[in-house]
Write a protein that binds this ligand. Structure first.
Ligand SMILES: Cc1cc2nc3c(=O)[nH]c(=O)nc-3n(C[C@H](O)[C@H](O)[C@H](O)COP(=O)(O)O)c2cc1C
Length: 375
C-alpha cells in the first residue's frame, strides 16, 4: 500500500485489532514531557532571575495558530519588557495581516500576567511600541495574589471526539462571567449549524489552495526527531493522531504528503467527523483589528480557555471560516455579532482530557536581554 493511500484507508481497523498496546511499548511520540520547564529555563544560562524565567516559561504555554509561537520578548530593564512578534514565526499565507499572531501574543500576555500576579510581579501594559507595533510592559512589584498556574500548565487544544450535547448551563454561565463579546451557540442552534457548514466548506477551499497546504506542510513535523529538533509547529500527537496511525505517521509520512489529494480528503473527512460530534461553539469577538484590540481578544480567549480547563470542557479553535472569503466577511452577520469575531471555538465534553503534548521553544529562542540591562 502506498503511504498516501494509507491515510485514505485509515488505520482504525488495525488499532481495533489490538495493536495499540504493543505500540505503546515502542518509544513514545515527542511531547511536552521531553522538555521540562527547568530545561527551557536553563537555556538562558542564568542571565535572568528565576521568577521572571518561570513567568516567561508559563507564558510560552499559550496556544498559537499552527503552534508557531509567534511571540518574542526583549528585556530592556527588570521592570521594562517589550512584547514583539517574531518575524520568522509567522503564517504569511493564512494570516497575512498577523491577526492570529496578535491573538496568540495576547494569550501569551494573559499567561504572563497571571504568573506575574502569582509571584508578586504584576505586568501592566505601559503603552504601544510604535516600532514593532506591539506592547511595552511594565513589570512591577506588589503583594502576591494566587493564580491558577496549574490550569496554564494543563491547558491544551483537544480535537475530540466530544459528547454531542449542550454545555451545561452552569458551565456556560461560568464561561461568560466577566467576559465581554463572548457568545455560546448550542449544537442544535441555527448559528452552530451555519458554523459547522462554513468550517467544512472553508477547509475544503483551503485544501484546494496550494500555498495554504505548502505552508501547513512546513509547520508539521511528522518524525519524532524533527519534532524534537524544531520544538514548534504541529506533531501527529498534538493533532490527535495516536495509536497505530500515529506511529505510522511518525515513521513514514513526509512534508510532501501534506500536498497529496488523499491528505486533503482525509483532513476533510476527519473535520466532518469532529464537527458532527460536538457541544456547540463559543465565539470570542474583539474590538476591531488594531494590535491593542487583538491582544485584548487573545487575552480574553485565554482566560476563557483556562476556565474551560478547570471545568473539563475541551476547546478546539477552528479558524478556517475566519481565514477564507466569503465566509470571513459573513461570519459576523450570520451570527448576529456586534463586534468582529476573532476566535471560533468548537467546544464539548471529552471522554478524556489528557495532558498537553504540543512542544514549546526554550526560553533562549524567544527571550533576549539587552546588554547592560542589569537583570
Ligand atoms: C489564533 C489561533 C488559531 C488557531 N486555529 C486553529 C485551527 O484552525 N485548527 C486547529 O486545529 N487548531 C487551531 N489552533 C490551536 C493551535 O493549533 C494550538 O494552540 C497549538 O497547536 C498549540 O497546542 P496547544 O493549544 O495544545 O498548546 C489555533 C490557536 C490559536 C491561538
Amino acid at each position: 500500500m502506498k503511504r498516501r493511500d494509507f491515510l485514505k484507508s485509515g488505520a482504525a481497523g488495525l488499532t481495533a485489532a489490538g495493536l495499540s498496546p504493543w505500540l505503546a511499548g515502542c518509544s513514545g511520540p515527542a511531547g511536552r514531557h521531553d522538555f521540562p520547564a527547568a530545561e527551557s529555563i536553563a537555556s538562558l544560562g542564568g542571565q535572568l532571575d528565576p521568577v521572571s524565567c518561570e513567568m516567561l516559561y508559563l507564558a510560552s504555554l499559550a496556544p498559537s495558530g499552527h503552534n508557531t509561537q509567534p511571540w518574542q520578548v526583549r528585556i530592556e530593564r527588570p521592570d521594562r519588557w517589550f512584547l514583539e512578534l517574531a518575524p520568522q514565526r509567522q503564517l504569511s499565507v493564512v494570516d497575512p495581516a498577523r491577526r492570529e499572531a496578535l491573538l496568540s501574543a495576547g494569550a501569551f500576555l494573559e499567561n504572563l500576567a497571571d504568573a506575574g500576579r502569582h509571584h508578586g510581579r504584576p505586568v501592566e501594559l505601559a503603552g504601544a511600541d510604535s516600532e514593532n507595533g506591539l506592547a511595552i510592559l511594565f513589570v512591577g512589584s506588589s503583594e502576591a495574589r494566587p493564580a491558577n498556574l496549574e490550569a496554564i500548565a494543563n491547558r491544551r487544544t483537544l480535537r475530540g471526539p466530544f459528547a454531542p450535547r449542550r454545555i451545561r448551563r452552569a458551565d456556560v454561565a461560568e464561561f461568560l462571567r466577566d467576559t465581554r463579546d463572548t457568545e455560546y451557540f448550542p449544537p442544535d442552534s441555527r448559528e452552530s449549524g451555519w458554523l459547522d457548514e462554513a468550517t467544512v466548506e472553508a477547509l475544503a477551499a483551503q485544501c484546494r489552495r496550494l500555498p495554504v497546504m505548502e505552508e501547513l506542510s512546513e509547520w508539521i513535523h511528522w518524525s519524532d526527531d524533527a519534532a524534537r529538533q524544531h520544538r514548534k509547529g504541529l506533531t501527529p500527537a498534538a493533532m490527535g493522531i495516536n495509536g497505530f496511525t500515529g506511529w505510522w505517521a511518525r515513521h513514514f509520512l513526509e512534508s510532501e504528503d501534506v500536498l497529496s489529494q488523499s491528505f486533503a480528503e482525509a483532513t476533510i473527512r476527519q473535520t466532518k467527523e469532529e464537527i458532527g460530534s460536538s457541544g456547540g461553539w463559543i465565539v470570542v469577538s474583539g474590538a476591531g483589528d488594531s494590535s491593542e484590540g487583538l491582544l485584548s481578544a487573545g487575552r480574553q480567549c485565554e482566560r476563557l480557555w483556562l476556565k474551560a480547563r478547570a471545568l473539563d470542557v475541551a476547546i478546539h479553535p477552528m479558524s478556517q471560516a475566519l481565514e477564507e472569503t466569503p465566509w470571513r466577511t459573513e461570519v459576523g452577520t450570520r451570527l448576529g455579532l456586534d463586534a468582529p469575531p476573532q476566535f471560533l471555538l468548537r467546544v464539548g465534553y471529552a471522554a478524556q482530557y489528557p495532558p498537553p503534548v504540543s512542544l514549546r521553544l526554550p526560553l533562549s529562542a524567544f527571550v533576549t536581554i539587552s546588554s547592560g540591562s542589569d537583570v
